[in-house]
Ligand binder design. Structure first.
Ligand code: SF4
Length: 221
């Protein structure tokens, strides 16, 4: 029997039920664990733990220092990550740790990544960004931008072709199907440099087609 590479997917650890959130909780995703998990090998990462924050910890948020802020991939240039109450600045630790981790992930032949939505570290997009002046109490607590978490921005900058999605978007059937299609085709591209028989590849394609249908049509309620 032909042995293929596992389909490796990076994932925010809390989505697999790991108790790594600031309050010691998790955000277990049944779809990821009981659905997609049957077809892939997870590579869990909690960027906040890896950059030295403990559990429990003060929650952090993104603050815009102004100038050149843009939504989208790799848009973290003018952002700081700070403790909500203390203002403790974690930006440099997070950036350094994310840089190292993302390069290590690049060597693992990932075929995709599922990020935790809205997180200042892991959020792919739409993460609230607060004005800097608010830290001195001059403004009310209201976001005036949205963007990517610091780890997510580094991931998407370093691996720009890697299929990336967040767990909230995977609740949408069309977005889920699109992500899975991209993951399986990315994976087959990784395989294309290896030597497998046409029959083995055909079997793999059939298996992935069945997985695609079943995961797309799975009820998430
Ligand atoms: Fe850790 Fe990311 Fe989950 Fe926050 S969202 S607990 S940083 S894995």
């Amino acid at each position: 029997m032909t042995s293929f590479l596992p389909v490796r997917i990076g994932v925010s650890s809390c989505l697999l039920g790991e108790e790594v959130r600031y309050d010691g909780g998790h955000k277990r995703s049944t779809f990821l664990i009981d659905g997609l998990g049957a077809h892939v090998e997870w590579i869990p990462v909690c960027p906040e733990i890896e950059c030295g924050m403990g559990v429990p910890r003060e929650p952090v948020r993104l603050v815009s220092m102004g100038g050149g802020y843009q939504e989208g991939r790799g848009s973290a240039g003018s952002l700081r990550m700070v403790g909500i109450e203390s203002g403790r600045d974690w930006t440099e630790e997070m950036k350094a740790s994310a840089k190292t981790r993302v390069r290590a992930l690049g060597r693992l032949e990932l075929s995709g990544y599922v990020l935790k939505s809205k997180s200042p570290s892991c959020g792919k997009e739409g993460v609230p960004v607060f004005p800097a002046r608010e830290m001195s109490g001059e403004a009310r607590a209201a976001g005036n931008h949205s963007g990517s978490g610091l780890f997510a921005a580094e991931l998407m900058r370093y691996l720009p072709l890697l299929p990336v999605e967040d767990e909230a978007r995977l609740g949408d059937r069309i977005a889920r199907r699109h992500f899975l299609l991209r993951v399986f085709s990315y994976y087959r591209r990784l395989l294309s440099t290896r030597d497998f028989s046409a029959k083995a590849l055909e079997e793999l394609c059939c298996k992935q087609a069945r997985a695609l249908e079943s995961l797309t049509n799975r009820s998430l309620s």
